[in-house]
Write a protein that binds this ligand. Structure first.
Ligand code: HPA
Ligand code: ZN
Length: 325
């Protein structure tokens, strides 16, 4: 259809993307072989067959099981480059990528290998395709808080190579309040602040992310729809949500696309953006997420507004935003 044909030409920013979640099964096995690492699945078909998730935790178990194949700067480069190449075809002109540094440090990988690899791929994408973007250090909330501080220690000598700090992984039982000091430290280092909240966790976690961590965007945030006072707060403060429709369906945060709260959030006046989260695992890159919205009645002007909202919600500088708007 003409609507779908025009989608890739809408300049967009991808703001909720876990680089490890772009690890396609074929690349996972190629890296396993290159590094002499054994995956807990015999082949690509068996790994892909395991992509049947009942909730966030069942996904995270598989996602973390694949991470040990990532060992060298070259691995992080190849992973990031593959994502940037793929997302360019969907019109992603600016990408902010989460990385679960604590997990790689625990696997014995130096922080510099992770960042050198990712930044080399980002620099190439800027040179060859004009893509801008950066890296967000995602705090893995179900690991000890001390390891979050260790991750910050490991990047303190090159903090200007990061755009921001985030908060991800198993949400329920790990409220934002646990990370006040980590986020204060990150803010003092000049980092932007975002956090996953209200994916599986209650609206009160979104309130904590805003009021206690000082986040500038909320990742997912869909359960904010349950709390009118919180919706008003997000509107008043202009705090965008990075919504991931296909992720929410695959992890059963919502029963189906038709009942996804994205429409209600937009109607409430919240700044909503569309993103892919972990596209290798959830059945589509950002273009597929926009296309899924067409199926539930979104029109061409609405998709254009969502794309423009993603640019405005990004941490790109004003000159870059103006180019893309
Ligand atoms: N939620 C929380 N943690 C994550 C996700 C997510 O969707 N993807 C990767 N880590
Ligand atoms: Zn996420």
């Amino acid at each position: 259809t003409p609507l779908l044909d025009a989608l890739p030409r809408l300049p967009k920013a991808e703001l909720h993307l876990h680089v490890e979640g772009t690890l396609e099964p074929e690349l996972a096995f190629a890296l396993a072989q290159r590094n002499g690492v054994v995956l807990p699945y015999p082949d690509v078909a068996a790994l892909r067959a395991a992509y049947d998730f009942g909730d966030l935790q069942s996904f995270l178990d598989l996602y973390y099981a694949c991470m040990p194949v990532l060992r060298t700067a070259e691995d992080f480069h190849d992973l990031t480059a593959a994502y940037l190449e793929r997302s360019h075809r969907d019109g992603v002109a600016h990408a902010e990528l989460f990385v679960d540094l604590q997990v790689h440090l625990a696997n014995g990988i130096p922080a510099d290998a992770v960042l050198d690899g990712m930044l080399a791929a980002l620099a190439e994408a800027r040179r060859t395709r004009g893509t801008t973007g950066g890296v967000i250090l995602a705090v893995v909330r179900d690991r000890p808080v001390a390891t979050a501080h260790e991750a910050l220690d490991a990047v303190a000598h090159r903090v200007h190579d990061l755009v921001g700090i985030g908060l991800d992984s198993a949400e329920v039982g790990y409220p934002p309040a646990l990370f006040v000091e980590v986020f204060e430290r990150a803010a003092a280092l000049g980092l932007h602040r975002v956090a996953h909240a209200g994916e599986e966790g209650p609206p009160s976690y979104v309130v904590e992310a805003v009021e206690l961590l000082g986040v500038e965007r909320v990742d997912h945030g869909i359960r904010a729809v349950e709390d009118p006072t919180l919706l008003a707060l997000l509107v008043e403060r202009g705090i965008p949500l990075t919504v991931c429709p296909l992720s929410n369906v695959r992890l059963r945060a919502v029963p189906d696309l038709a009942s996804h709260p994205i429409r209600a959030l937009l109607d409430a006046g919240v700044a909503v953006t569309v993103n892919s989260d972990d596209p290798a695992y959830f059945g589509g890159y950002v273009g597929a997420n926009y296309a899924a919205l067409v199926q539930v009645g979104f029109t061409a002007p609405e998709l254009a507004r969502l794309a423009a909202a993603s640019v405005r919600a990004s941490f790109a500088d004003d000159a870059r935003k103006a180019e893309l708007l």
